[in-house]
Design a protein around this ligand. Structure first.
Ligand code: ZN
Length: 513
């Protein structure tokens, strides 16, 4: 530990002891611990005001409760660190990562991991490279990683290697084993400015906040030997972190041209199990540059510079800027969702376009029918009858969309379902279909099928007679019972038959209604 850090820690300890010495008498408080176990009962504990913490309350009940509780909720409205002393009688709820109200715990976890990362980065560099932590611990779940922005003195044009990233990860793992508590104290502006005397970024922030309110108290956290200014809350200790990895280090530039590095990490709480494949996915994703958070101090600079843009430039420039921000926002949302929320709509538009083309095709074909000479035969009439029937029964809608069962190619957009055989559809206009005229199929009518069934019984006894009768039955078929097989044009699976009325009868297809 370097000298300035040692002094900081001594100051922190001194301040903590001073605050504890102010408590001169024990005051008993009643803590109503609300159902720490599901289907269990409330516990009423007598504790000491300004001394006892939620962690100690958990310790009184059960070891499991002590290990898993990451955050407490006081009187249902204030999230409370596990190691922060309770000040008065209250209702206390202990929260963990599988709790119904787990989001505040997630935020605390992310913030705590961000602080842990900041604590190990200075250790990873040799003494000649002085590290300045720019960002405070942030709990931002977007982008799938927690971050820490740092400036490193005397380090120009550093391209981090995977070995360097791994070695920082191993430093993080070392810290989780040590189970450092996240200690919290509140200090005056004077003490805070002493604690952060060597950090320009924190000092300027403290100065700004003190200007607004001179008597303001500042919340300070310590994890291991690392001290940071943060409003919190944090989780109980680093042993609650299961996996933690440094994913990537991105060299970036501020507006003024100075270089800083964005360290991005990913972690999982010990209480949650995740399969290795899923974790590898979120770990890969966490490597992507998280661009939506700008370091605090450069944020202030950005604000002033963006206002100067607004004053000087034309509306066109503003529009461009706005569009870019919108694009970034959109990308951010997609990143969070893991999918494209507009995809369904664009697919629907594609489908509507297809349908429109298809309907216009039907219209043109029916109008051309009227021009056909009056000498139309029976088949033509039947065809038109079917067409008009379809139109009357289902004016703009359609019974189903049919797809090939094998390759899922689209076969038909407009069809009519068979009234009895629900898996059969008839249609006139199809796609991706090929009629095999080289092969004829015959389908017998019902009487013949029945006859054949009865005859099959006799087949064993009178096999020779049967054969001759069969031949006879084929010869009685009319041309109306004649069909051609229809195949999927893509994969050649038979999907329908085609009759002499130019109607397709689909039977082995996937129908979506
Ligand atoms: Zn197919």
């Amino acid at each position: 530990m370097d000298k300035s850090n040692r002094l900081k820690n001594e100051l922190f300890d001194e301040e903590k002891q001073r605050q504890q010495s102010l408590i001169t008498r024990f005051e008993k408080i009643e803590v109503n611990l609300e159902k720490p176990f599901p289907d269990g009962e409330d516990y009423v504990l007598m504790m000491n005001a300004n001394i006892s913490t939620p962690h100690e309350c958990a310790n009184h009940i059960h070891q499991i409760l002590k290990q898993r509780s990451a955050l407490a909720l006081v009187n249902g409205n204030e999230y409370w660190d596990m190691h922060r002393p309770l000040v008065q009688s209250c209702n206390l709820t202990l929260l963990h990562f599988k709790h119904d109200d787990c989001m505040p715990v997630n935020y605390a976890f992310w913030r705590s991991c961000s602080m842990l990362l900041a604590s190990v980065i200075p250790k990873a560099f040799r003494d000649e490279y002085k590290v300045h932590i720019i960002s405070k611990p942030v709990a931002d779940l977007t982008g799938g990683s927690f971050i820490c922005d740092v400036e490193v003195e005397n380090l120009t044009d550093w391209k981090p290697t995977s070995q360097e990233i791994q070695s920082i990860t191993s430093l993080l793992w070392d810290e989780t084993v040590k189970a450092h508590r996240y200690e919290r104290i509140q200090v005056s502006a004077e003490v805070a400015s002493k604690l952060f005397a060597d950090n320009f970024h924190r000092l300027s922030e403290l100065e700004k906040l003190t200007e607004q309110d001179a008597n303001r108290q500042f919340t300070i956290y310590r994890c291991g030997q690392y001290i940071e200014l943060s409003d919190g809350p944090m989780i109980a200790d680093t042993s609650q972190i299961g996996f933690i990895y440094l994913s990537a280090i991105h060299p970036l530039k501020k507006k003024d041209g100075s270089r800083f590095y964005r360290f991005q990490g990913i972690a999982m709480p010990k209480q949650l199990n995740i399969n290795p494949f899923a974790f590898s996915l979120i770990r890969d994703r966490s490597k992507r540059l998280k661009s939506n958070i700008i370091p605090k101090d450069s944020n202030i600079k950005n604000k002033s510079s963006s206002s100067s843009i607004n004053e000087n430039s034309s509306g066109n420039h503003n529009n461009k800027l706005e569009k870019r921000i919108n694009d970034i926002e959109k990308e951010k949302i997609m990143d969070e969702l893991f999918y494209d929320p507009d995809e369904d709509d664009s697919n629907q538009q594609w489908m509507d376009r297809k349908k429109f083309l298809y309907e216009s095709r039907i219209k043109s074909s029916s109008s051309s029918d009227t021009n056909v000479n009056k000498n139309v035969d029976d088949d033509e009439q039947r065809k038109r009858k079917l067409q008009s029937e379809t139109k009357l029964k289902k004016p703009r809608t359609n019974d189903a969309t049919l797809n090939c069962p094998c390759c899922l190619s689209l076969l038909c957009l407009d069809c009519q379902r068979h009234e009895i055989y629900k898996t059969q559809y008839r249609a006139m206009f199809v796609q991706n279909c090929r009629i095999d005229y080289g092969k004829k199929l015959f389908i017998k009518n019902k009487d013949e099928i029945r006859k054949r069934f009865q005859k099959r019984k006799k087949r064993q006894q009178q096999s020779e007679q049967q054969e001759s009768e069969n031949e006879h039955s084929f010869s009685t078929l009319t041309t109306n019972d004649q069909y051609y097989p229809v195949h999927c044009n893509i994969c050649n699976t038979q999907v329908a038959v085609y009759d002499l009325d130019e109607v397709y009868h689909f039977f082995s297809v996937i129908a979506s209604h």
